[in-house]
Design a binder for this molecule. Structure first.
Ligand code: BQF
Length: 290
């Protein structure tokens, strides 16, 4: 069994980006600049944007954190997005999700200039992904593909079972794994909350990608020997013995499933850190395409 070390691979990618940025600066080119918009004070969201801003500093990018109150109106948020769209200094930006309930997320994502949409959530970019056109691949699916690529895991002709049909992970990764190429060329089954006898699918899977958000959902008796296991779950589970009062728990019962897996991502330190690295990669691409 090989642990897919997302922490290490994400550091390799950040080192590679650091080198490219240093060269850009030496050539007198503009430094990539990412902006992150956060609405409200959700603890997990603040942690995530904090990681993104720190990662920018680490590779030599400029970054701007736009913190807006929970009470902001949809119109005022749209105005802020318009400013970022039209700011030549900003190469790419993200709107940290989830947004407060009084704001229509679809309307906000539609307002982001697709050329600066480094999360790849704009419908134009999602459509391009489905059609094999140049786009920004959403960071989490992009990170999963990069892990498979860097560990040289065979995906061609394999049966990949995805659990979860979210717009951010399940749906795009199912498209990417079925596209031509390596990684890709997989036969993909997309399962979800209405799937009957889900274990019948996962037991037949060569590759399982779980993006469900139910701690320890996938048990050893639900996977076949030698399967590749990608755990995208990151649920905070209360734990009074932990320093922060919670532990981050994946969808996979790691202890049991790792006994059968050929490759498996840990949580934390698997897909999560790759997400941050690929956001930086997309920001670099936005600068290079501008
Ligand atoms: C790790 C996210 C759900 C909803 C909105 C490293 C991250 C997480 C885990 C991280 C995530 C999840 C992010 C680990 C960004 C991934 O070591 O396991 C990094 O920062 N993520 C987000 O921005 O929004 C989310 C999950």
């Amino acid at each position: 069994m090989t642990i897919l070390d997302g922490k290490k691979i994400s550091n390799d990618i950040k080192d590679e980006i650091t080198q490219v940025v240093a060269q850009m600066k030496a050539n007198g080119q503009k430094t990539p600049h990412l902006a992150a918009v956060i609405v409200g004070e959700d603890g997990a969201s603040l942690t995530y944007v904090g990681s993104k801003v720190r990662a920018c500093a680490r590779v030599g990018f400029e970054s701007t954190l736009v913190q807006l109150p929970e009470s902001i109106t949809e119109q005022d948020l749209l105005t802020k997005i318009d400013q970022l769209n039209n700011d030549p200094e900003i190469d790419g930006f993200i709107v940290q999700l989830p947004l407060p309930r009084h704001i229509d997320t679809q309307k906000i994502l539609l307002a982001v200039d697709p050329k600066k949409d480094v999360d790849g959530f704009h419908p134009e970019n999602f459509g391009k992904l489905a059609l094999d056109m140049e786009t920004f691949i959403p960071a989490t699916p992009f990170g999963i593909m990069e892990l498979l690529r860097r560990y040289d895991i065979e995906t061609s002709g394999k049966h990949t079972v995805v659990i979860g049909r979210s717009h951010i992970v399940g749906r795009p990764i199912s498209i990417l794994m079925s596209r031509k190429g390596q990684p890709g060329d997989s036969t993909v089954t997309l399962t979800h909350s209405r799937t009957k006898d889900l274990a019948a699918y996962t037991r037949e899977a060569d590759i399982v990608i779980s993006a469900l958000g139910v701690p320890n959902f996938l048990k050893a008796d639900m996977v076949k020997d030698g399967a590749v296991i990608i755990d995208v779950g990151i649920t905070r589970v209360a734990d009074s013995t932990a320093a922060k009062g919670y532990v981050i728990t994946g969808d996979v019962d790691y202890k049991g499933v790792s006994q059968k897996a050929s490759y498996i991502t840990p949580v934390p330190g698997g897909v999560g850190p790759m997400t941050i690295a690929m956001l930086l990669q997309n920001t670099l691409l936005a600068r290079q395409r501008a």
